[in-house]
Design a protein around this ligand. Structure first.
Ligand SMILES: [Zn+2]
Length: 166
């Protein structure tokens, strides 16, 4: 434990000093307020130096939350790989689907997220990738990709032709 000096500042328009203070208090007490940035000073360390940090509590909490979800997803992945995921855990995985990385095929599949991966094919003419269905000019820069985005699928011309026949 240590003693910290915590500062919170806000700029606002008001009719008087008192009104400004009242408004500041109202904002401080508002649980939805985004004025959550504090300057925190640890006045005295061993060699008498001050350590100052600017902390956004809201952001820190969001980050904590993200880390918790990531840890949870890794735990669920372990359960899947060990082939012992329960129905309860499967439901939990589905509830976390929006937090799964788009390229994380295993978790998405288990979360029951339907496959909406964009498909690309390697162009035999220009050597770059085009979106499946693109049938335009290779010189169109917006439709010519050196690499495909994360989570996208690369299909061969044969696969596309097979799809077309069915
Ligand atoms: Zn091309």
């Amino acid at each position: 434990m240590a003693t910290y000096f915590v500062e919170w500042n806000i700029e606002l328009d008001a009719e008087s000093h008192l009104e400004a203070a009242k408004e500041a208090l109202r904002i401080q007490r508002d649980p939805d307020s985004i004025a959550t940035i504090f300057t925190v000073t640890k006045p005295r360390t061993g060699n008498n130096e001050r350590i100052i940090r600017v902390i956004d509590v809201l952001e820190a909490e969001k980050e904590d939350n993200r880390n918790e979800i990531r840890d949870r997803l890794e735990y669920l992945r372990g359960e899947i790989e060990a082939e012992r995921i329960s129905y309860g855990e499967l439901a939990e995985l589905q509830s976390l689907a929006e937090h799964i990385d788009p390229g994380d095929v295993l978790l998405l599949e288990w979360a029951g997220v339907s496959e909406t991966r964009e498909q690309f094919y390697e162009c035999g003419i220009c050597g770059a990738f085009h979106r499946v269905g693109f049938d335009g000019d290779c010189r169109d820069d917006r439709e010519r990709f050196a690499t495909v985005p994360d989570g996208a699928e690369i299909v061969t011309m044969e696969e596309i032709e097979k799809e077309d026949l069915t």
